[in-house]
Design a protein around this ligand. Structure first.
Ligand code: MN
Length: 138
């Protein structure tokens, strides 16, 4: 049995190459083969968001606290809140982050491919795209 102690793991600041604003990540697990599991808690300060990106095997986001935003390319921005689960299909360009005026944290879960391929990163999300009015929550 392995217990990964919180005291031994630092919170990481996410790099400005792939994120806008101040975003923190706490790794939960990076599975060793044959596991492909990857999970982390990502905490976004207001205005913080990922760049556009995609995941080869998709991604599941579970919203832990605050209010966030997620957008699939070509679709309207969606508002997401604590308790919501977002299913992101493989190879689908998208971004996620905080609402402009709220902290937001989600649990991000994904898997690598057989070849060890992970997230593909693209350009930053413009302020215009980020600040677009979200779709009404239904
Ligand atoms: Mn993602």
């Amino acid at each position: 049995m392995t217990v990964l102690r919180s005291a031994n793991r630092k919170t990481n600041v996410q790099p400005p190459t792939n994120f806008t604003g101040v975003v923190f990540s706490d790794e939960i697990v990076q599975g060793k083969a044959p596991s492909r599991m990857r999970a982390s808690v990502v905490s976004f300060t207001p205005g913080g968001r990922t760049a556009w990106h995609s995941h080869p095997v998709g991604q599941t986001l579970y919203c832990l606290s605050g209010a966030g935003r997620v957008q699939f390319e070509g679709q309207q921005v969606q508002e997401i809140r604590a308790g919501d689960t977002v299913l992101i299909p493989p190879n689908t360009r998208h971004w996620h982050g905080s609402a402009p005026d709220k902290l937001f944290a989600h649990l991000a879960m994904s898997e690598q491919t057989d070849k060890g391929e992970g997230t593909a990163w693209f350009e930053h999300v413009s302020d215009t795209d980020y600040n677009a009015a979200p779709a009404p929550v239904t």
